[in-house]
Ligand binder design. Sequence first.
Ligand code: SAH
Length: 525
Amino acid sequence: MTQSANNKIGKAYLVGAGPGDPGLITVRGMEILKKAEVVIYDYLAGKKLLRHVPENAMLIYAGKKGGVKHTHTQDEINKMLVDWVKAGKKVVRLKGGDPFIFGRGGEELEELVAAGLPFEAVPGVTSASAAATFAGVPITHRKHTASVAFITGHEDPNKKESNIAWDKISTGVGTLVFYMGIKNLESITSNLMKHGRDPQTPVAVVRWASRPNQKSVVGTLETIARIVREQDIKPPALTIVGDVVKLRDTINWYEERPLFGKRIVVTRTRDQASELVALLEENGANCLEFATISLQPPDSWDDLDAALDKLQDFQWIVFTSINAIHPFFERLYGRGLDSRALSHCKIAAVGRVTDECLRTYGIVSDLLPEKFTGEGMAESFEERGVKGDKILLPRALKAREILPERLAKAGAEVTVVPVYQNKRPDSFEGMHEKLLANLRDRQVHMVTFTSSSTVTNFIEMLGITDTLELQSLMQGVKVAAIGPITAKTVRKVGLEVDVQPDVYTIPAMVDAIVDEALSQKHNQK
Ligand code: SAH
């Protein structure tokens, strides 16, 4: 790599990514990430964070999975960092947890200093802190401990002279947290006991702290190594030793959430999945996003354009999906018009979300049916009477005909114009193998469907051709459907519906999923 042409010198940013939950990076860390030109990231730096990196930034995986052959040696990483900064780039070195806590952040900065290059360092939430918080173990507590030590568990147990003062830490420090200690757990615990720590001291081991797949086990100094072996707990995990571990019995909030550890498949489009995923995750679910739909523009705008030409003719515009609103207004804006061009007509929204979306365009809808479906909408119109009204219905290219049919029957003149189409995504990005494997291994708790096409596309994308095959793959897997139409499609393909909310919204669907999980838990007790 050569120095940049204009001799612009870049800058390195050593950023702590936190323990894995993408919400746990610092505000400063996120600001920097959003402006990155090159990102060199580690195995433990939560991948979800990379979504915030500008699209044209270069992503370099530095590897470093404990025990597995490193993708790049530390020397190579140092060199890459120096070279990219010299090439004039804003280089983010993204590390799991805090870069200065067992992160070799110091070594990388020393290289930059030696090369005379500018840098900034941003701390992160270290995994010890996250593991303690998310396992319900306050790392210090006035009644139990006044001191805490972070210790590497990576030291070769056969080393003649240890760098760890076992005689001092065993009894001299209240809470001990071992990083990278799973392989050596046996020798760590026996060292502590040998040097005077009570064998009954409680110990927690927490794997993938703060992530939806977090797993923790508890024992004592005497028993924990066996428990970890039996439960097959693998790195990355932290070992917390001390009386504070007992407090977990009272405050284990994270793992007590109703959907904790449950694998839930979300089939919405990538753009729309976020609300559902966020709400499910807040309740502890471990979501797998499998987008079965991608929203595309219609093949032609002619129909919409023709309708916009005679906008004055319409008494009503009806939005049956949030997906129709954005393209409709974009096209309207394209003519130099805005929502004032709709001032002469009334506007109907199928549900609360559609209503809220319209408000962002400066429109408060005139009609919101009691039931958030096409049928509900038809009923409302029938009650009002629409004889002779001209109604514009911008919607998906392929959609159910029930609403326009009933409106026409009630005497309205309905103009249906496609403003988007639901397509099956072309690329599965490896997700379909992952989902199939999860289903075959009986790891999936539930699949959520938010429209009929998510159901049919799901089946097609998995390459399933007959009902028996589908039923056997989905055996033991619960199904949630957002509303009656989706539920009907689920039954038509040969599956049963376990969860269906009364109101057809995402929050209501999540509430229903949570209720189902709680009642199941209750029954198990
Ligand atoms: N700089 C990092 C630590 C890197 S050392 C930090 O501040 O957290 C790598 C070790 O950190 C792993 O072997 C494991 O012991 C621990 N670790 C990192 N992320 C973890 C997580 N999400 N859950 C549990 N342990 C984690």
